[in-house]
Design a protein around this ligand. Sequence first.
Ligand code: ATP
Length: 324
Amino acid sequence: IKKLAVLTSGGDSPGMNAAIRSVVRTCSYHNIECLGVYRGYEGLIDGDFEELTARSVKGIINKGGTFLKSARSNRFRTEEGRKQAYQKLNEVGADGLVVIGGDGSFTGAMIFNQEFGFPVMGIPGTIDNDIYGTTHTLGFDTALNTVVDAIDKIRDTASSHNRLFFIEVMGRDVGHIALNAGIAGGAEEILIPEENLGLDRLVDSLNRSRTSGKSSSIVVVAEGDKIGKNIFELKDYVDQNMEGYDVRVSVLGHMQRGGAPSCFDRVLASRMGVKAVESLLKGESNYMVGLLNGKMELTPIEKAIKGKTKINLELLRVSDIMST
Ligand code: ATP
């Protein structure tokens, strides 16, 4: 390996800049060149590259988003598009690719590797924590801190007005953000896709908390929750079936994807970048780097895409006990 290319793809997450910085500096440390690719696979197809040196990534470890920009690319889903990307990489002499993104981005990388034998390495960047082969994806911890901060603020106003708040958080089809931030924010109930509480039990539980003397209630709802109603219908249902609370909804939305990365995410990004580059230099390819049992480990990219992440059952129990 003489020259690595690095790109960010799919939905952005805090810590992507820190990961790019780490990839670039690890290349510099090992005296190989590094190319930044703008706009994910779109830029790969267009040859939108820039030589990056250790100095070109200064001052970005603390910045949210990704300075290389991210994109979704339909052209990369076609053989023609991927062939053009391969030609562009060849033209500039790049011989390895680090992809920072989610499972869709990894699928693209895997197909690209199968078609051209081009060495690829994945770094899991998404706030949802929905990727197999790592206990933490890049941006998850920052998003949790953002959500907890938002819950704390909503709690202040909820208690002043005796209100019940439904707060919708991101997380796609998994409840990692909701469960963790819900516990940390002292939520009375947490609704996640992995466990369907059912409407009756929800109302019972909220009634119990109200009669036990609580002046406010917070229900954290994962966007992928399967209780059978969207958050506004849920509000109406509870409004109609419960007395004593003024019920409100807050959908946190894209603020969860932004902000300065937490210390944890900066350290994780730095470790993942080093592991990704050094693994490629050792001749490894078609893996994703991840954090497992406190260590940097490689998982075959196909397994990372197909494997399912599991919710921590102990956390579910803790959340049940905390809401008594
Ligand atoms: P997020 O988790 O935030 O959605 P992601 O990486 O899963 O991130 P996607 O939009 O699913 O985001 O994928 C990003 C890009 O990866 C797509 O726009 C496309 O260019 C490429 N990609 C995804 N699936 C494939 C595929 N089957 N073949 C080729 N390229 C793909």
